[in-house]
Design a protein around this ligand. Structure first.
Ligand code: 5AD
Length: 361
């Protein structure tokens, strides 16, 4: 006898078939899955939200990912790098507001000058904030030695998205060459673990040609790699990228949104004690996307602290929100919005991955 959805949702472990079934629900059953994920989150990590102030350090990138607006070949992008003063101002803001944590994200460069630049910023931020902030880096694939140096300089977490764990799909959205090698991405994730980080990855949801089976396999990959944190969200087309040509294959945006929430929920059921971001891309598709992600099992939000004058130049996809100030910051309503859905922001807490802390013992 096939089990009911209710039976499925209360399981402790999930097979590939179970995950495919969870991700295939329609209509009212979607809400059932999301509600169960919220319950599991509440039991495992509490209805708590951790903040990471996002600093988009530079849009200079050596890579040519076929979906990304700041890919190297896009000549219509004005390239920038924030000054140290701008980065420190953002860090000070986060520290004073009790954010507990920062993410430094950047286009990808492998170069001694870039290594030194990040290292200097890490040291500088810790000096001026009494080493009270935890720092996540999202600066692409780097040699193990570089990962180690940055960890030594005070980066605690690293986000390196695999984008899709299906090798074939990976090469449909990346150039097939040594700079964009699938195996190197996986090796990068393993090296991050070796270097001592809380390790995060993620995928885009609703890519042209992506199937529910692919997404179920993504979740199983996260579990098999025993990851500490995940940031994933809907794929959103960008007109100045090659993948735009395949937009006729896309699911409607509502469906990409719904699948993104189901992925967060499925992941929360599969890995109850990890950190899961409610991504900015969710907000692009729905003004209440951030809250929806939290109610589907997410527990991290990343308010954008990049200087407003640079934001137009960090357009990973079309219609990226909060090009002026993140409304959540300006209205001081972030708290209200989050409390209104029954969640609590943990100010002055780093919000480290419980999963990581348990593994450390
Ligand atoms: N749609 C959604 N997410 C995107 N990213 C880059 N381009 C897009 C897009 N078109 C995401 C990738 C990358 C992160 C920094 O932004 O997952 O890892």
């Amino acid at each position: 006898m096939t089990k009911t959805l209710d039976q499925l949702l209360t399981q402790q472990s999930f097979s590939r078939e179970d995950l495919i079934r969870l991700l295939s629900v329609k209509g009212n059953d979607t809400q059932k899955v999301l509600d169960r994920a919220l319950q599991v989150k509440a039991e495992a990590v509490g209805r708590k939200v951790y903040l990471r102030g996002l600093i988009e350090l530079s849009n200079i990138c050596a890579k040519d990912c076929c979906y990304c607006g700041i890919r190297k070949s896009n000549k219509n992008v004005h390239r920038y790098t924030l000054s140290d003063e701008e980065v420190y101002a953002a860090a000070d803001f986060a520290w004073q507001k009790g954010f507990g944590s920062l993410v430094i994200q950047s286009g990808e460069l492998i170069a001694p000058a870039f290594t030194n630049h990040i290292e200097r910023l890490l040291i500088g931020i810790h000096q001026r904030t009494n080493a009270e902030l935890s720092i996540t880096l999202s600066c692409g694939e780097q040699p193990l030695e570089v990962f180690k140096r940055w960890h030594q300089a005070g980066a605690h977490r690293y986000l390196l998205r695999i984008e899709s764990t299906d090798r074939e799909l990976y090469y449909q959205i990346h150039p097939h060459n040594s700079l964009h090698a699938y195996e190197k991405r996986i090796e990068g994730l393993k090296n991050l673990r070796k270097a001592g980080y809380q390790v995060g990855t993620g995928v885009m949801i609703g890519l042209p040609g992506q199937t529910i089976e692919n997404l179920a396999d993504d979740l199983l990959f996260f579990k098999s790699m025993d990851l500490d944190m995940i940031g994933m969200g809907p794929y959103i087309e960008h007109a100045e990228t090659p993948l735009y040509d395949r937009r006729n294959l896309l699911w409607p945006t509502e469906e990409r949104f719904r699948m993104s929430l189901l992925m967060i929920a499925g992941l929360r059921l599969l890995m109850p004690d990890i950190n899961i971001a409610s991504s900015t891309a969710l907000e692009t598709l729905d003004p209440l996307g951030r809250q929806s992600g939290l109610l589907a099992g997410g527990n991290v939000v990343m308010p954008n602290l990049t200087p407003v004058s640079n934001r137009l130049d960090y357009m990973l996809y079309d219609n990226k929100p909060n090009l002026d100030k993140d409304p959540a910051l300006s209205t001081s309503s972030l708290n209200e919005v989050i409390e209104a859905i029954g969640e609590k922001i943990c100010y002055y807490e780093q919000g480290n991955s419980q999963h990581f802390l348990k593994r450390q013992g």
